[in-house]
Design a binder for this molecule. Structure first.
Ligand code: HEC
Length: 137
């Protein structure tokens, strides 16, 4: 095992040296490509999207955290479970947004969700979008 690690280290060293010796001209385009990569992966990760961030911020300013966690059931269902229960489409968004505003019970048990009638439909929809982005099935 140790030998393999040493070989790997040697290889990495040689690679690094090879990379460093040629003129810096080749190094610049390489760096650009590397810088682009995280942006692409960020796109694939919905938690980095502005929609996710907006919903998260709105929820942090509300009382949602008292009853909900992402991966754990508190008084209300885990948001990830909510996301996995429904298809991510405009109809679900609408239903969830109205449920957030009006509250209600019955989809997850007999404990009612508190109403949030001061929330705008726009904000409630942004929160529902955030919840649905947690979907992982
Ligand atoms: C007092 C506790 C409480 C608070 C505060 C609360 N919830 Fe809930 N929430 C619940 C309960 C309980 C349910 C399950 C309702 C049911 O069984 O239909 C629920 C369900 C949900 C659902 C799934 C609805 C469905 O029909 O499947 C969403 C989405 C949701 N809550 C979002 C939010 C958001 C966003 C906030 C903050 C604005 C929030 N909740 C604040 C208790 C709460």
């Amino acid at each position: 095992m140790k030998r393999i690690i040493t070989i790997c280290l040697l290889f990495a060293g040689v690679y690094a040296c090879n990379n460093g010796t040629p003129e810096t001209k080749t190094a610049t385009p390489d760096a650009k490509v590397e810088a682009k990569e995280p942006a692409t992966t960020a796109k694939a990760d919905p938690t980095d999207s502005p929609e996710f961030q907006k919903g998260l911020e709105l929820m942090n300013n509300s009382d949602c955290k008292t009853c909900h966690k992402i991966d754990e059931k508190l008084i209300g269902p885990a948001f990830r479970d909510v996301a996995n229960k429904y298809p991510n489409n405009p109809a679900t968004l609408d239903t969830l947004a109205h449920k957030i505003i009006k509250g209600g019970q019955g989809n997850w048990g007999s404990i009612p969700m508190a109403a949030h009638d001061k929330l705008s439909v726009e904000d409630a929809t942004a929160m529902a979008k955030y919840v649905l982005l947690l979907k992982n099935n």
